[in-house]
Ligand binder design. Structure first.
Ligand code: NAD
Ligand code: UDP
Length: 352
């Protein structure tokens, strides 16, 4: 009871003090500085918030744009009062007007979990297509380097394994995943057309399944579902027989890879970013049950349509071009993520 009351008081204070920053446009960083000013779209989401934190820690000024569609203010709450961080609540399907010089852009804005991107498929398409035009126009105006968070989904249900960047993919253009897969493919097209037509300095990274702190515990992806279910001793829901494979990358490794990529010259990508250790979904379920000491049973549900059967990045291009090698194995990454989920579930259970 006492805990619930203090949690409520803490939330009240947080909202009271952060409110002026949440929707204010006054920290636009238009005064000169030797720091870079970097725009992160989707900065309140899982990957975006990890990137904002890392860029601030490296001594940059960060403008985070997000419409809080799948992200949360809680992911950036610890950055809100930093004088080098500002948040703008904006939907990137609308043009972006910023009255400051931008030195770099990272475009992460898009729902990423299948249930989220399928909930409003037309909005997902608009975010990736119109949103890409918004950020590319801004890059054109500022003549700045821009990173696009593309995805392994551009390979669809791949017929080549592991996937190399030269593989053109196998996507069903009319299936339930197409709103995401095809709009991410179209976003890549837009990035390369802006590069060819306007000489925009683009960096297109194809991200494979990534997990870690700041994932929404209820976002419906496999790692978040399994950990939440295991910690609650609820059934672990495997879709299909669990023989499909994925290759899981811990978020810190992914952020390292993106920063290394951003520092390259004369290399646009596309380049695969992730971890090439491949596991079946059943392996992952057993691993999570073991690491959480859970009493959960594994249950088998229907496999969603068009679910890719295999997925594993060939990372040789990332390794050749910028020496990227992931450092964190699945066990260590899962342990860190389980720790984060335990804290999140505790807070959730004790909310009023
Ligand atoms: P996420 O859902 O946690 O974050 C996405 C963020 O974008 C959220 O904060 C959301 O509110 C915001 N957003 C969505 N639509 C927006 C819009 N129209 N305008 C402004 N903001 C909007 O997802 P994530 O896992 O952090 O993914 C980030 C990016 O990385 C996405 O583009 C995703 O496609 C890509 N990606 C992620 C993975 C992964 O494994 N996490 C894999 C491949 C690609
Ligand atoms: N999956 C599962 N149980 C869940 C959630 C997902 O078996 O509760 C499976 C899903 O069908 C897919 C894999 O896990 O084969 C990875 O799913 P996720 O949604 O994380 O991302 P995807 O790689 O499919 O985009």
């Amino acid at each position: 009871m006492l805990l619930k009351k203090s949690y409520f008081i803490f939330l009240f204070i947080l909202v009271m003090f952060s409110e002026p920053f949440l929707y204010s446009h006054d920290k636009y960083f238009n005064e000169p500085s030797d720091k870079k000013t970097i725009l992160v779209t989707g900065g309140a989401g899982f990957l975006g918030s990890n990137m904002c934190k890392r860029l601030i820690d490296k001594g940059n000024r960060v403008i985070c744009i997000d419409n809080i569609y799948t992200g949360s203010i809680q992911n950036i709450a610890n950055l809100m009062e930093d004088e080098n961080f500002t948040f703008i609540n904006h939907d990137i399907t609308e043009p972006i007007e910023i009255d400051a010089h931008i030195d770099e852009i990272y475009n992460f804005a898009s729902p990423a979990s299948p249930p989220h991107y399928q909930k409003d498929p037309i909005k997902t398409l608009k975010t990736n297509v119109l949103g890409s035009i918004s950020v590319l126009e801004l890059a054109k105006k500022n003549k700045c380097r821009i990173f696009q968070a593309s995805t392994s989904e551009v390979y669809g249900d791949p017929k080549v394994h592991p996937q190399k960047e030269t593989y053109l993919g196998n996507v069903n253009p009319i299936g339930i995943r197409a709103c995401y897969d095809e709009s991410k493919r179209c976003a890549e097209t837009l990035f390369f057309d802006y590069h060819r037509k306007y000489d925009i300095d683009i960096k297109v990274g194809r991200i494979f399944n990534t997990y870690g702190p700041n994932m929404d515990i209820l976002d419906g992806r496999v790692v978040s579902n399994f950990i939440t279910q295991a910690l609650n001793d609820e059934p672990i829901t495997i879709y299909g027989e669990g023989r499909q494979t994925r290759s899981f990358c811990y978020v810190d490794d992914l952020i390292d890879a993106i920063l290394l990529f951003m520092d390259t010259d004369d290399f646009t990508g596309p380049v695969n970013l992730g971890n090439s250790n491949e596991f079946t979904v059943l392996d992952l379920a057993n691993y999570v049950v073991k690491l959480t000491n859970s009493k959960s049973q594994i249950i088998f549900l229907d496999l969603p349509l068009d679910d890719p059967k295999v997925r594993c990045p060939d990372l040789s291009l990332a390794n050749d071009k910028f020496g990227f090698e992931p450092q964190i194995n699945l066990e260590n990454g899962l342990l860190k993520t389980i720790d984060y989920f335990k804290k999140e579930l505790f807070l959730k259970k004790n909310r009023l």
